[in-house]
Design a protein around this ligand. Sequence first.
Ligand SMILES: [Fe+2]
Length: 255
Amino acid sequence: MVVLSPNEASQHLTITNDAFLSFRALAESLTYAERNELKLALSLKAAALFENCYELPTDVEKRQTVHECLTYLRALQPYYHQVPDYGVAFIGWPNFMTKALLAQLQTEAVDLRPEANDNNYQFITQEGPIAQKLAESGKVQDFVRRYVLGNFKSSHIQSYLYYDHHGQKNEPHVDNEYTALTCMISLKHTYLDEAKASATVFYDANKGRKACRLIPGEAVIFYGASTLHGRLTVQPEEEVHLLQISFVHEDFMST
Ligand SMILES: [Fe+2]
C-alpha cells in the first residue's frame, strides 16, 4: 500500500479528458431519478473511503477513487462548470445582515428550539415568521445572485438547525435537488475550546477539504447537491444555531 500525504497524493490524481467527456455524455442521457441514484452511489463510495469519517484517504489508490467520485458527482449537474472549488460560492458577512436582524433571528431560533425534531444528525425545525419574511423579501435571493451564476430560485425551504448535544455530527453527504444551493447563516456558536470546536467541512476533488467555522451573522453559500459536505463532531458544551435558506435549479424544476 502506497501512503502519501494529502498534498502529495493530489499530485497523482488524474481523469483523462476523454473519460470526463464520456461521463458528461452519460449524465446528459440520464433521467433525474437515474442521476440521483448515481449521485448517491458516488457520494457513498467516496465517503466510505474517508479515514476517521472526515479525512481524505492517504492511500494513493483510494485517493484516486475519491477524486473520481467527487469529480463525477459535480459533473452530474447540468451546471457543473459553474460550481466553484469546494462547492462554496461565498463565506463572510452577507450584505442583508444587520445587527437588528441578527438579534431577531437569534431570538426566533431560541424560541423555536423546543419544537425542533431530532433527525439523527441535528435538531431541526421549520422557520418562524422572521426567517420567513427574510426569505420572501428577495434580499437573500439578490445576495445569492451576486455570487452564483446558475439560475437558482427559492425552494421555499427554510430551516433552523441546532447542534447542541455532545457527539452530534453530520457525516459527509450530498443534498437533494430541492436544496441544491443553500445559504446557511450562523446565529450562535459557543464552545469551550476553539481548536476543538466543530465546523462545517466541504470537499473538493482537486483541493481536498475546507473547514468553515462561521461567527454569528456570517453566511456560507454552497452547492450542497454537487459536493460532499458535513459537520464535524460537536464537543461538550458546544452549541450551534443555524438558519438554512435553500434554492433549487430551474433545470431540475423543468424535469
Ligand atoms: Fe447537507
